[in-house]
Design a protein around this ligand. Structure first.
Ligand code: X90
Length: 277
């Protein structure tokens, strides 16, 4: 039985070792340019264009057809999407699932709405890969994944909320009052899969301290952690060090954001996905 994991590009992953893995790109639109968030994109050029462009910019979700192509010829697909509260990506995956299962009797697609993005999705993907390699049956993998999802979290320190506000993905009330230069918004993905700001921090040091406080509140001890950063390796390494000092271990990895997360988590931002109890 051929099993495959398929995620959208918000997971910031391009490949997985020893596992059949596919990525469906979202799009970043800057004037005339449609940037496809795949392995061929020039991220530096996109970011430069974004920072100098004065007109409207936006993003768009993949079509059902793009999902269907990524399912390939797998008998079982585990499909993980960015939160349905902020993107049409999940809806389009569900449509693709229906078409795929209808056209290929006996094949099965599990679609999981992550209610999150970035490094928390990456944790889900790594968990599924682990379970596939351990030889578990598809239904058991999906069940274990749903339990796992209750233990993981996504927190962030964002350098700006401009692109969220401009694209109507946070309320104007929340957007106002934030957006001061040098102020970082620390917050989390809510249970409903929306952006929940928790603290306004002047300077990165304070933001990192807040993130550590939130890890403690969540009952974090030594679970797996993935940090994703947009052009802020120094911040990611500093956070890693604080985690080591506070919890005695950094059980994790550091990644760079790909295009979709780089658009919303603007340069200087950090995302952190972790397992708590
Ligand atoms: O369909 C589309 O055009 C894509 C819209 C995506 C909007 C959300 C992107 C989030 C990227 C930013 C920080 C974390 C926020 C967490 C909220 C769940 C990462």
């Amino acid at each position: 039985m051929k099993m495959k994991i398929v995620a959208d590009s918000s997971a910031n992953l391009l490949s997985l070792p020893d596992i059949d893995f596919g990525v469906v790109p979202l799009h970043i639109i800057v004037g005339e340019n449609d940037y496809i968030d795949d392995d061929k994109i020039d991220l530096t050029a996109m970011q430069e264009n974004l920072s100098s462009y004065k007109g409207k910019t936006s993003t768009s979700s993949p079509s059902p057809h793009e999902w269907e192509n990524a399912f390939g010829d797998a008998d079982v697909v585990f499909c993980i999407t960015i939160t349905s509260s902020l993107s049409g990506t999940y809806n389009s995956a569900v449509i693709a699932k229906d078409i795929y299962e209808h056209n290929h009797t006996g094949r099965k697609v599990y679609v999981l709405d992550s209610l999150s993005t970035g490094p928390e999705i990456a944790l889900f993907i790594e968990k599924i890969a682990e379970l596939i390699k351990a030889g578990f049956a598809p239904d058991d993998i999906y069940k274990t994944l749903l339990e796992y999802k209750d233990k993981t979290h996504l927190y962030f320190s964002l350098a700006s909320l401009n692109n969220f506000a401009k694209n109507g993905r946070i309320s104007p009330v929340i957007a106002a009052g934030i957006g001061l230069l040098g102020v970082r918004v620390v917050g989390k993905a809510s249970d409903e899969g929306t952006l929940l700001p928790l603290d306004k921090c002047r300077g990165e040091k304070r933001a990192l301290k807040k993130l550590i406080d939130h890890l403690k509140e969540c009952g974090y001890t030594d679970g797996k952690i993935i940090i994703a950063h947009n052009n802020n390796e120094a911040g990611a390494l500093e956070l890693k060090k604080l985690i080591e000092n506070t919890f005695g271990i950094f059980n994790g990895t550091i990644q760079k954001t790909r295009a979709l997360c780089s658009y919303y988590a603007e340069p200087g931002s950090l995302l952190i996905g972790f397992e708590a109890s």
